[in-house]
Design a protein around this ligand. Structure first.
Ligand SMILES: Nc1ncnc2c1ncn2[C@@H]1O[C@H](COP(=O)(O)OP(=O)(O)OP(=O)(O)O)[C@@H](O)[C@H]1O
Length: 265
């Protein structure tokens, strides 16, 4: 699959619980620096798919190739080491530590052995400089010395992405990064993700359709565990099955433009 040129290639990935098929032969190719959004109604299998990609859940069938290497059976921490990081589970924030410390821990975990060559003071300075640079990328430099637990909801979401980035990730898996954020917080996060895609590859699950259609390079639509459409936003917006899955045929005929704008909620 390396010949596809994609950073991440997924082939026929499936997850079942007994007779329940949650993801069903999912195939995707995500090229480097693409921001790919997965949408779909509640219970479609989106979070399960992200768990399968991150290594949190084993798959029943199929294959995941990252940067040319078959990672299907690798545990999560080995996927992180190779540059595939999921923002939440791996990187739960430590509320009693400052924003800077949270990021510094991830920087140190990544580059632990290389820090051995520095004297302690220089080591601390280098660690802090690297952590501060990541915080600055996420617009949090003025929050560096605040404890994570005291940050606003939106700032915590920003910090979670900062921690994932600090692991050295090339590709980030973000499960509903805008969930629970205010309109203002969401606008900040959308701009940060737009900037991130200049240097990183991202897969997002997102229900906020304005954000989805403004950010995505490509969108895949998951319904009952199957990808029913995958392509650029305009193509997905016009796809009859997507409209039907989101609105029901009758409504889709009446209000075609609302299909993409209204999402499945
Ligand atoms: N451990 C499990 N055992 C049995 N069924 C499960 C398990 N985990 C998830 N499911 C089922 O798999 C289906 C898909 O769940 P999943 O959370 O992946 O959907 P989703 O698309 O992320 O939904 P949402 O948009 O509501 O977050 C649901 O029907 C869920 O009940």
């Amino acid at each position: 699959m390396a010949e596809t040129g994609a950073l991440l290639s997924v082939r026929n990935l499936s997850k079942t619980y007994g007779a329940l098929v949650v993801t069903d032969n999912v195939s995707l190719d995500i090229p480097e620096r693409e921001l790919h959004v997965i949408i779909g109604p509640n219970g479609a299998g989106k979070t399960t798919l992200i768990h399968q990609l991150s290594g949190r859940l084993p798959s029943n069938g199929g294959k995941v190739v990252f940067a040319g290497e078959d990672i299907t059976r690798l545990p999560m921490h080995q996927r992180v080491r190779r540059g595939l990081a999921r923002s939440f589970q791996i990187t739960a924030l430590l509320d009693g530590f400052t924003a800077l410390e949270n990021v510094a821990i991830a920087v140190q975990a990544r580059s632990g052995s290389s820090f051995r060559f520095f004297a302690p003071v220089a080591r601390d300075r280098k660690l802090n400089d690297e952590a501060m640079a990541v915080l600055a990328r996420l617009g949090l430099e003025d929050r560096a010395h605040r404890r994570a637990g005291t940050l606003s909801h939106g700032e915590k979401r920003q910090l979670e992405i900062a921690v994932a980035l600090a692991t050295g990730a090339r590709m980030l898996l973000l499960d509903e990064p805008l969930a629970g954020t205010s309109h203002e917080e969401s606008a900040v996060l959308v701009e940060l993700m737009r900037a991130l895609k200049q240097t990183h590859t991202l897969i997002l699950i997102e229900h906020d359709m304005d954000a989805v259609f403004s950010l995505a390079d490509r969108i895949s639509v998951l319904v009952y565990g199957k990808v029913i459409a995958s392509g650029p936003p305009a193509e997905v917006r016009a796809h009859p099955e997507v409209r039907a899955a989101y609105l029901g045929d009758e409504q889709a005929d009446k209000a075609p433009e609302a299909a993409a704008a209204g999402g499945g909620r």
